[in-house]
Write a protein that binds this ligand. Structure first.
Ligand SMILES: Nc1nc2c(ncn2[C@@H]2O[C@H](COP(=O)(O)OP(=O)(O)OP(=O)(O)O)[C@@H](O)[C@H]2O)c(=O)[nH]1
Ligand SMILES: [Mg+2]
Length: 242
């Protein structure tokens, strides 16, 4: 089971001072308005309406915080680049976004979402160049991959990887993803879990593992075997499939 499947909404904040300062770790999803940030979070967690998805760009206007496990969070940030937003609102979002990205101590890595049909727009490049000196690892998700053929997808992944190569030694990874087709989710889960310092697969107790391996459980023998830990143990976590 994915460690992200028990993610819960914590809060929406209009100021970074309202966010918890507990020394935990956060991975923020950032990108142009309408790029697919909220959809990608929903697909990653498998929870349909966790982050708000809209056909209308610019709907995520606050910092939305979700808890994966205690002290490990994912963050849905306001999208940038939506032209029709009033200037003063745009300025407020910009300040919120900038302050979060520049000052947030708990931020451990960034997932940058771009529509695979429009990668690396001038605003994306500006964001990447501006945030690079902070040294955070970046994971680029080329969303809406279902809009291109597999060959075209691979070509864009190659081009974006090459374009970002000069950022080395900054760790940068690139993938394609489709939320509705649920393609690329394991790669994303591994990247986000890596930034958070957790296993992408949820911990499974040894009794659960034994149960899963047993071909047919004898009737009435549902409980754990003698001496097996009754509760889920972090040490029993196993690695995600390669
Ligand atoms: N075909 C396809 N559509 C997608 C995919 N991801 C998102 N969409 C659509 O793109 C639109 C925007 O998606 P959102 O997830 O709301 O985008 P967002 O980046 O959170 O947008 P803001 O909150 O406005 O910044 C919606 O209509 C989604 O259904 C995808 O992988 N494939
Ligand atoms: Mg959104």
């Amino acid at each position: 089971m994915s460690v992200f499947s028990k993610t819960v909404f914590v809060e929406s904040a209009a100021e970074i001072e309202r966010l918890p300062s507990d020394g935990g770790r956060e991975v923020a999803f950032v990108g142009r308005s309408n790029a697919g940030k909220s959809s990608t979070i929903n697909a990653l967690t498998g929870i349909g309406r966790l982050a708000f998805v809209s056909k209308q760009p610019g709907r995520t206007q606050l910092i939305n915080l979700f808890e994966v496990t205690p002290g490990h969070r994912i963050v849905d940030l306001p999208g940038y680049g939506y032209a029709k937003v009033a200037k003063d609102i745009k300025r407020d979002w910009g300040i919120l976004l900038e302050r979060y990205l520049q000052e947030r101590q708990e931020l451990a890595g960034l997932v940058i979402i771009m529509d695979i049909r429009h990668p690396l727009t001038p605003l994306d490049i500006r964001l990447i160049e501006w945030i690079a000196p902070r040294g955070l690892p970046l994971h680029v998700v080329l969303s809406k991959s279902d809009k291109l053929t597999r060959q075209q997808q691979a070509q864009v992944v190659r081009e974006v990887t090459e374009a970002l190569a000069p950022l080395a030694p900054l760790p940068v990874t690139v993938q394609s993803l489709s939320s509705p087709k649920r393609l690329g989710l394991d790669t994303l889960a591994s990247a986000v879990a890596g930034f958070l310092g957790i296993e992408a697969r949820a911990a499974v107790s040894s009794s659960e593992l034994r149960e899963a391996r047993r071909p047919a459980a004898p009737s009435g023998a549902k409980g754990s075997a003698k001496g097996a830990p009754a509760r889920t143990s972090k040490r029993a976590a196993h690695k995600p499939p390669a």
